[in-house]
Design a protein around this ligand. Structure first.
Ligand SMILES: NC(=O)c1ccc[n+]([C@@H]2O[C@H](COP(=O)([O-])OP(=O)(O)OC[C@H]3O[C@@H](n4cnc5c(N)ncnc54)[C@H](OP(=O)(O)O)[C@@H]3O)[C@@H](O)[C@H]2O)c1
Length: 331
C-alpha cells in the first residue's frame, strides 16, 4: 500500500509514527508493508517510490521545520508526480471553502485513489459530492477520525450497527467546551475556565470555533450525512455555543443534580448543537476533555461510548482503523 500524506503537523506526524510502529502487523496480516511514498506540508514535500522512513520524516520536520527539500505551490501537481494508492488528507480544517483539503480529496478521488481524512471542512461542506465521486470512481472514502477522534463512532454505526435503525445520536463532540464546563462545575467563572483551557493548549487563541459550537456543528453535519443519509451542510445546523453560560446557571443545575454540557444531536429531523441539562451520572455527564456519544437504535436500544476526541496518536489510531479496513477490502 503506497500512501501519500497531505499535511504533516500533529496528525500527519502521529500517523507516520503509527505506520512505523505497525510494520510487523502489516507484514504479518497482508504480506507487505505500508510505504509512505510522499509527504507534504504547506510548502515542501518529500517523495520516494520505494518509501520514505516515517520516523526520519518526523525528525526532519521537527528539526528543519520542513518535511522535504522540494518546494511546491500546487499540491495537485505534487500528487500527479507520485504513484500512490491512498491519500491521507490531514491538512488544516477550513469550513468556509474546504481549503486545500477539499482540492486534494477531490483530485485523489477523480484519479481513482482511496482516501482517508480527518479534515472536517470538506466533509461538512461537500459530503454528498465526495461520496458520489468515491462511488463513481469505485474508491474507498473513510473519515472515522473526523468525529470524536479516537472514539469509534462512524465505523461503529456503519459496521457493527449496520442492521440497526439508528434513531438518534447525542454527544459531546468538543473536548474544549467540555473542559470549560467541567471547570465551571467546580466553581470557576467562564472567562477563567477559558483562559485555563488556552494555557493547557486545549483552546486556540481565537477560541470562537470551539466555544460558539461551530466545531461541534461540523461533526453533527458529518454524522447526519454519513449515518442518517441526510443531505445537509454546516449552515443547516441550529447552533448555540457556551459563551453565555453563567456561573449562576451552572450552580442552579448542580442544585438540581444536573450538569450543563454542550450536546450535538442528530436524527432524521433534528440537527442541533446547544447547551443542555444532563443528569449527573448520565453517560453524557462526563467531565474533562473527553468526547462521548449515546446512539439510540431500534433493536440495541441506547449504546454509550466515550473516548479521547483529539491528540496525535489518538487521531492516528482512527486513521489506522480506516487504513486496515481499506487493506482488508483489497485482500
Ligand atoms: N489534532 C487533532 O487532535 C485532530 C483531531 C481530529 C481532527 N483533526 C484535523 O486534522 C487536521 C490536521 O490537524 P493537525 O492538528 O495535525 O493540524 P496542524 O498541526 O496545524 O498541521 C497541519 C499541517 O497541514 C499542513 N498544511 C497547511 N497548509 C497545507 C497545504 N496547503 N497543503 C498541504 N499541507 C498543508 C501544515 O503545514 P506546515 O507544517 O508547513 O504549517 C501542517 O503540516 C485538521 O483538519 C484538524 O481539524 C485534528
Amino acid at each position: 500500500m503506497r500512501v501519500l500524506i497531505s499535511g504533516f503537523g500533529t496528525v500527519g506526524q502521529g500517523f507516520a509514527e503509527v505506520v512505523a510502529s505497525r510494520q510487523d502487523f502489516f507484514r504479518e496480516r497482508y504480506g507487505k508493508e505500508v510505504r509512505i511514498v510522499c509527504a507534504m506540508d504547506s510548502k515542501t514535500y518529500a517523495s520516494d517510490p520505494d518509501g520514505l522512513d516515517p520516523l526520519e520524516l518526523v525528525s526532519v520536520k521537527n528539526t528543519a521545520g520542513r518535511v522535504g527539500r522540494n518546494t511546491y505551490e500546487d499540491s495537485v501537481k505534487v500528487m500527479d508526480s507520485v504513484d500512490y494508492d491512498l491519500l491521507v488528507e490531514v491538512s488544516p480544517t477550513d469550513v468556509l471553502t474546504g481549503g486545500v483539503g477539499l482540492t486534494n480529496i477531490v483530485h485523489a478521488l477523480e484519479c481513482g485513489k482511496d482516501v482517508i481524512t480527518v479534515n472536517k471542512g470538506p466533509l461538512a461542506l461537500k459530503f454528498p459530492e465526495l461520496i458520489g465521486l468515491a462511488r463513481k470512481n469505485r474508491c474507498k472514502f473513510r473519515f472515522e477520525g473526523s468525529v470524536g477522534g479516537a472514539m469509534p463512532i462512524i465505523n461503529l454505526c456503519h459496521e457493527n450497527l449496520m442492521g440497526e435503525r439508528i434513531k438518534s445520536i447525542r454527544g459531546i463532540f468538543n473536548g474544549t467546551c467540555n473542559y470549560i464546563l467541567s471547570k465551571m462545575d467546580s466553581g470557576q467563572p467562564f472567562e477563567q475556565a477559558l483562559r485555563e483551557a488556552q494555557q493547557m493548549g486545549y483552546a486556540e487563541s481565537d477560541p470562537a470555533n470551539d466555544i460558539e459550537g461551530y466545531d461541534a456543528a461540523c461533526k453533527v453535519v458529518i454524522l447526519a450525512n454519513s449515518v442518517f443519509g441526510r443531505n445537509v451542510t454546516f449552515s443547516d445546523v441550529n447552533v448555540t455555543g457556551i459563551s453565555s453560560i453563567t456561573s449562576e446557571a451552572v450552580a442552579l443545575a448542580a442544585a438540581n443534580n444536573m450538569v450543563i454540557r454542550l450536546i450535538g444531536e442528530v436524527s432524521d429531523s433534528k440537527l442541533e448543537v446547544s447547551p443542555r441539562l444532563i443528569p449527573k451520572g448520565h453517560p453524557l455527564g462526563i467531565s474533562g476533555t473527553l468526547n462521548a456519544a449515546q446512539i439510540l437504535s431500534d433493536l440495541a436500544g441506547p449504546i454509550a461510548i466515550t473516548g479521547r476526541g483529539a491528540g496525535r496518536k489518538e487521531t492516528a489510531s482512527a486513521i489506522l482503523s480506516d487504513l486496515i479496513a481499506i487493506m482488508d477490502a483489497r485482500k
